[in-house]
Design a protein around this ligand. Structure first.
Ligand code: FAD
Length: 515
């Protein structure tokens, strides 16, 4: 063990140097700092049974993004006179072993509200306090501390965005400079017998040489800051940003920032992002406001973090007080068709291909496929769709993903189940030529634009000419939208009425819906 005073900086998310209070505290007054990241094989190892490359829990895109982020972090730490120590194993066990072996006085890590980390952190903290090690675990992943907001609301999470905004107010740090620049770090101490490795490659993890399609983002803090700078350099764009007006089919230059993967892993601080936006707003004549503005998007993120933290069983229908109880169907074939982009609706399938290939889609594209799977067409359980997103999205985020699936399935937050996205006309509005479909579903690239959203209506001669016979080269629709969506609305009206009955009485709206 090292002599003198040492501390461990345990990286999990928060893979950055800027606005990192845990890292700052770890280095204050320490002779040694051990920057640690634990690779959990459970999360990383290839699952040969999965329908697309990746582990059981994470698609390869996200694994790669994480590894890139770790390489970038290691490079930055080296510039500051330190380095990243990669260890492998079950994170709790590994951490406790490091605490034992290195004789440190402080353990620092960013506070995390996800249930996985809540459980893990209790174990590690228990050990640390019994061993007399100081634990410092600041909230720096979100704009606000979800626990504070819940406390201000009498112990319950606010259930609407507006009430959240009222409770939250201006963040306390809003006007102070955040981008602390750590100029050097104490050296890494003696690592004893703990096995330290370099950041592995995907090949090291057992993935072989998998060819990667071009995706528009690389992991890491450097890339995040570059991307942020580019996004906010167009002040007019930032000032006029209105989320619902974005084009979900734009893929060469997406309509939004695509900073979500960086926020997910904390390569970018949401607080720094928020401050940069405030800076832009101060320097323009007028700007949009929450919920549609860019700052409003970050507040949505905090809203979902707060509700998720304050709601037991938030990620389930059963035992979740916020969630309407709906008798969703169970149908593995339909689920597989949706997951594997074989629904026969090109708009839906193209989005599902973008999910598999890129691990990112525009918000309204996510709306389309989530609505289609649940209350719009297939009437399958939102938890099944949530699982697919959770594995494949690079920005896969426990609170935000579950919150949005609850929303899109009309299980919570949003209840206008009569408003269904058409899998035909919604995309056509933005992209009448179907360029997005042609890109992600090349089998349809020669289909004339009149038929590209409904290729089953193309006459046989046209299908032959487009070299795409429906039913052979591209599937027929798995359901007919008109009848399927009607049936979905009927079932939801029934389920809502039953939920009302369980909770007391029927509202006028429910009665109207039942007619
Ligand atoms: P921008 O519009 O540039 O917004 C900036 C940031 O604000 C985002 O990076 C994100 O952190 C936050 N944000 C934006 N929209 C939302 C929102 N609706 N709710 C909460 N935070 C938001 N987002 C995730 O980060 N992880 C998920 O796992 C996730 N799952 C989703 C599942 C469904 C079914 C739906 C409909 C949406 C989901 N979203 C999720 C929300 C949203 O689609 C993405 O955050 C957004 O598309 C990311 O792109 P962007 O960074 O360009 O967004």
């Amino acid at each position: 063990a090292a002599s003198g005073s040492g501390s461990i900086m345990w990286f999990r998310k928060g893979l950055r140097i800027h606005d990192n209070p845990a890292l700052e505290y770890a280095s204050k007054g320490s002779d040694f700092v051990y920057p640690v990241f634990v690779i959990d094989p459970h999360y990383m190892e290839p699952d040969p049974k999965a329908f697309s490359p990746g582990s059981r829990l994470a698609g390869l895109n996200r694994i790669r993004f994480l590894l890139e982020s770790l390489v970038d972090l290691d490079t930055s730490l080296k510039k500051l006179g330190s380095r990243l120590l990669i260890l492998k194993g079950e994170p709790g066990q590994v951490l406790i072993r490091c605490l034992k072996e290195w004789g440190v006085k402080k353990l620092c890590f960013e506070y995390d509200t996800d249930p996985y980390y809540q459980a893990l952190d209790i174990r590690v903290k228990e050990y640390a306090s019994a061993a007399g090690i100081e634990v410092f675990s600041p909230v720096s992943h979100t704009l606000f501390n979800p626990a504070d907001i819940i406390q201000r609301n009498g112990g319950k999470p606010p259930l609407t965005y507006q009430s959240f905004l009222k409770l939250a107010g201006q963040p306390s740090w809003a006007s102070s400079p955040l981008l602390t620049s750590i100029s050097s770090l104490p050296p890494v101490g003696d690592v004893g017998s703990c096995e330290i490795s370099e950041v592995p490659t995907v090949k090291d993890l057992g993935y072989g040489d998998i060819e990667q399609e071009w995706i528009p983002f690389r992991g890491g803090e450097s890339e995040a800051l570059k991307r942020l700078k580019e996004s906010i350099s167009d002040k007019e764009w930032v000032a006029n940003f209105e989320k619902p007006k974005g084009n979900p089919s734009a893929f060469v230059k997406p309509a939004t920032t695509v900073l979500s993967p960086y926020l997910k892993f904390g390569c970018l601080s949401s607080r720094y992002f928020y401050q940069c936006l405030q800076d832009v707003y101060k320097n323009v004549q007028k700007h949009t406001s929450p919920p549609v503005s860019l700052a409003g998007q970050l507040l949505w993120r905090d809203f979902f973090y707060t509700v998720a933290f304050g709601t037991p069983n938030f990620d389930r229908m059963e035992g979740n007080k916020l969630c309407k109880q709906i008798p969703w169907n169970d149908d593995d074939e339909l689920l597989a068709a949706w997951r594997e982009a074989r629904t026969g609706y090109p708009w839906i399938d193209a989005i599902m291909v973008q999910l598999r290939k890129w691990g990112w889609m525009h918000h309204l594209a996510r709306h389309s496929v989530a609505c289609f799977l649940t209350r719009g067409d297939l009437f399958l359980h939102w938890e099944r769709g949530r699982d697919v997103f959770e594995r494949l999205l690079i920005d896969s985020d426990w609170a935000i993903n579950n919150g949005n699936w609850l929303w899109l399935s009309c299980s919570s937050f949003f209840y206008q189940y009569n408003r269904i996205y058409s899998p035909i006309s919604f995309g056509k509005k933005y992209d009448p030529n179907g360029d997005y479909i042609r890109h992600f579903l090349p089998v349809l690239k020669d289909m004339p634009k009149e038929y590209i959203y409904e290729p089953w209506t193309a006459p046989p001669g046209i299908q032959r000419k487009a070299k795409c016979i429906i039913g052979r080269d591209y599937p027929k629709p798995v359901v007919y939208h008109d009848s399927a969506s009607k049936e979905c609305k009927r079932k939801l009206a029934e389920a809502y009425a039953l939920n009302q009955k369980l909770n007391g009485q029927l509202s006028q709206e429910d009665l109207d819906n039942l007619r």
